[in-house]
Design a protein around this ligand. Structure first.
Ligand code: NAD
Ligand code: RM4
Length: 260
């Protein structure tokens, strides 16, 4: 049985999950709630997904708060982090999950699309990671930073030059943060999912040829669901993971283990 990390022993831990209103982030937010944490759910715009996620968290008996911010905007990020600290007193774990992947051929890719993907996926991880880490250091240290990366940080992808590059950058951001923050008892790791069917790729996966190719390339024999990712994130947010830092944990049904 794992124990989620809490900087105040005996007090329920506090987790902030970016992009927590739907998809993998919603699964992670609900996973923290079921494991006894108080959860701040970051989102950009109010949505049915946000209301549903807040309802699921509260249904499991946990406290939840909304934390609005575009992760690519430093002023909004700082206001969000301050708001969560005001609301819950502190942050013990931050999950850097917010991300976008507007599929586009390399030859067609406009500069502003490249910039936006970098801003959300890479700069957003830096801004939120730094703001929360500064708070963790200020409150005396101890903490967990868990990024949701991607197997697309390890291999290229058609229509994903911006996304793969942003996720590869995020891997080394996390490793660099792990070095800087180790003296403060703050661990920094990434979970790298394979293909999980969510809003980010639902349209692309309507292409049956693509879907069949992805399933065939996944030894476990199916695409992932958000729940497949939650356990690895909770482990990295646990007390027991104190000696795990700078790690990239692949959770992909075996996809990157085969050339099929
Ligand atoms: P999703 O589109 O359902 O969720 C993405 C979330 O990020 C949404 O809640 C969205 O509102 C939020 N977001 C987007 N831009 C934001 C911004 N500027 N500020 C704050 N929040 C923002 O897709 P998902 O699959 O759940 O993606 C979650 C993470 O998982 C992403 O980082 C994605 O790259 C990663 N990932 C997904 C897959 C997959 O196959 N679905 C695979 C590997 C990694
Ligand atoms: C993943 C992987 C998936 C894609 C998502 C958006 O990392 O590349 O195939 O659907 O990103």
């Amino acid at each position: 049985m794992l124990t989620l990390f809490s900087s105040v022993k005996g007090d329920p831990p506090v987790a902030l999950v970016t992009g927590g209103s739907r998809g993998i982030g919603a699964g992670i937010a609900c996973g923290f709630a079921s494991a006894g944490a108080r959860v701040a759910v970051n989102f950009t715009q109010p949505s049915e997904g946000l209301r549903e996620t807040m309802r699921r968290i509260r249904e499991s008996g946990a406290e939840a708060m909304e934390a609005q911010a575009d992760v690519a905007d430093s002023a909004q990020v700082n206001a969000m982090v301050e708001g969560v600290i005001r609301g819950f007193g502190r942050i013990d774990t931050v999950v850097l999950n917010a991300g976008i992947c507007p599929f586009m051929d390399f030859l067609e890719m406009p500069e502003d699309l490249w910039d936006r993907v970098m801003d959300v996926n890479l700069k957003g991880s830096f801004l939120v990671g730094q703001a929360v880490a500064r708070h963790m250091v200020q409150r005396g240290g101890g903490g967990r930073v868990v990024a949701v990366g991607s197997i697309s940080s390890l291999v290229g992808g058609t229509k994903q030059a911006h996304y793969c590059s942003s996720k590869a950058g995020q891997n080394l951001l996390i490793k660099s943060m792990a070095l800087s923050l180790a003296p403060y008892g703050i661990t920094c790791n990434s979970v790298l999912p394979g293909t999980v069917e969510t809003d980010i790729n639902r349209e692309a996966l309507k292409d049956e040829t693509l879907r069949a190719r992805l399933v065939a390339g996944t030894p476990v024999g199916r695409l992932g669901c958000p729940q497949d990712i939650v356990g690895a994130v909770l482990y990295l947010a646990s007390e027991e993971a104190a000696w795990t830092t700078g790690s990239l944990v692949v959770v992909d049904g075996g996809a990157t283990s085969t050339l099929q």
